[in-house]
Design a protein around this ligand. Sequence first.
Ligand SMILES: [Zn+2]
Length: 81
Amino acid sequence: MLETEVAESVKCKFCGRNLKQEKLIIIIGDIETKINRELERCNCIQVKEFWKLHDYKKRKEIELQEKREKDRRINMLYEKS
Ligand SMILES: [Zn+2]
């Protein structure tokens, strides 16, 4: 069974606006598991800058990982031959 719950106590750490934090509730038998979904992104300027940087860093990180993986494969190829 799946349910979503909205907790209202999350505030933007930059401007203090209340943000929606949805929780996904998975109920299997008697066991209830709550998973926090991604917090709603506030639209204040500070947050926009924060996420811009965050997304940029994440993208760079992924690029770096992909590059490492590629290098690893190339190395493996060389080692085999
Ligand atoms: Zn904000």
